[in-house]
Design a protein around this ligand. Sequence first.
Ligand SMILES: O=C(CO)[C@@H](O)[C@H](O)[C@H](O)[C@H](O)COP(=O)(O)O
Ligand SMILES: [Zn+2]
Length: 648
Amino acid sequence: MNKTIALISEHASPLAMLGGVDSGGQNIYVGELARQLAALGYTVDVFTRRDDPKLPLEVQWLPDVRIVHVEAGPSKQLPKESLFQYMDAFAAWMETFMERQPKRYALLHANFWMSGYVAMKLKEHIRIPFVITFHALGKVRLMHQRETDKFPEERCDVETQVMQAADGIIAECPQDEADLIQLYRADPDKITMVPCGFSPHEFHPIDKAYARMLLDLHPTRKMILQLGRMVPRKGIDTVIQSLAQLRENSMDAQLVVVGGEYEKPHLHADPEYRRLMEMATGLGVADAISFEGRKNREQLKYFYSAADVFVSTPWYEPFGITPLEAMACGTPVIGAKVGGIQYSVANGKTGFLVRPKDPQALARKLELVLKSEDLQVYLRQNAIKRVNECFTWKKVAQQMDEVYRGLAAPQPDGTADERQTIAEAFVEAADTLRLSADSLADTILRAGKALAKTFERGGKVLVCGNGGSAAESLHFSAELLGRFEIPNRVGLPVISLMGDPAMLTAWSNDIGFNDIFARQVEAYGRPGDMLMCLSTSGNSPNILEAMDRAKQLGMACMTLLGNDGGRAAVKGDINLIVPSRSTQRIQELHLHIIHLLCTLVERRLVDYSANRRASERSSSLVQAMDLSLQQKEKVKYDHAKQKSHIFG
Ligand SMILES: O=C(CO)[C@@H](O)[C@H](O)[C@H](O)[C@H](O)COP(=O)(O)O
Ligand SMILES: [Zn+2]
């Protein structure tokens, strides 16, 4: 399989910082998938929108992973809700880019619906298969946050079209698969479930006391961690409410909230932070919450490891990478029973699942976990085992590799140069055909008529050529002496002077090569017969000698030539000169002309026999053509009469 692929991720680049409103799981997904595919031998190009004028066109991110910045819309950060208008430009830019480079992608893997739109457009033009991971679905999002959805109205329609055009659809979890089928009527046969992953190098258990010391957190106080983007749908308010519930139940714990747009939480600039702070203050738990702001990815494992329990209770979640990361660090997860979380968190084994927006239920599970060290150890061990068995990016890439193998266009044999050569030869052949159609039609008609007349008058045709043309001479005699389009007709007297290898080799060996055809013309030729010569150069001595001998015998000469016709064109009575300087193209046209001549000859002889049927019943040729028209099984041909005519 050609292991060169393109990932399209219009708004989420692996290079972008994590934690902002529009950067999150998809940036990690695309980056980690590309990295692990490269480890499996893939060469990956990631196409993403250029959203900063300082970004270069291409960044070689890893030895086999290149990030290509696509010019589509203004080179500045824009909310992803306003990007759809630039997707036609994105597709057009990519198409031009792909045309100009020698690389050929086996397939495209689009991420998010807008990249799916781009892949769909590209497939219309360049027929390249594509796979799509939606990451989030418009209809699911609308169900949960209708009032804050700012995506264009056509999103859901575009998603449906993309599902129909896609060759493969990746569902990230069983819920995603059910949504694709039930909400969009996606073809179940196209869907493969491949989850998201985590990187064990990045996320692994670290001693809790050490992690807390590094982060300057209380060494023993019960700690709940909430980590991720700070937007309402993530349900951070539910965690704050459950903290108040715990406090009511006389259970002390601190809540650490990591994430948000800023490194330091910003009351004025970040409305969600302000809302949460106000809620915490109102519930009297502000003193137990620390908002840490956005953190570097390298710091996250310390937060996960420092916590006694990780909480993720969004209203909905297409997959949810943070629960995986927490489990990888050995921290039990209490998650909302939604989307991918209900799949990645094994309820009662690696953590617990609760209904979203249910602070009481969350508080009960928090209390259960925080109160029992034994339960924490049990959940911790299961969590580490489960994520390493099922959810590493390496495993994800292996599963994706399977999907790609099933869908990728078969690897083209040969090099780009060879492909170019083929394309050029076809163009040249088509040009030669077109030119010949214009310049040769009249002469072909004249040649067909002359051949038919030769047969009608009881004459025969001798045909010769060298090399490829020798083969064509045999081809011509096979069509007419044998059979062409009309079944059961008489055999027409065509003799290829190539037909007798014993004579040809003996004569060339003992006497010379230049008169091998002339010798045969002398033996077979009679006045009224025709000599037909095929030569690409028109200068082969044996052809020229044969023509001279034919003239001496009162035979007509027809030539199929090329280039400028050479010396043969001076001697020929009818010259079909293919307007090309390429030997191959000339030969191809000779074959085409030969077939046309056969068609013309057969048709003319049928007409001839029809016209003269009444008056010349005796003519063997007419009789034979009559028989063929009546589709008789057996053709009786007057060989004796034919013979006597030839030998006079
Ligand atoms: O088929 C090819 C080239 O395509 C060769 O066999 C080619 O026919 C030979 O070189 C001939 O000897 C060329 O002779 P001619 O066409 O110039 O009379
Ligand atoms: Zn050839």
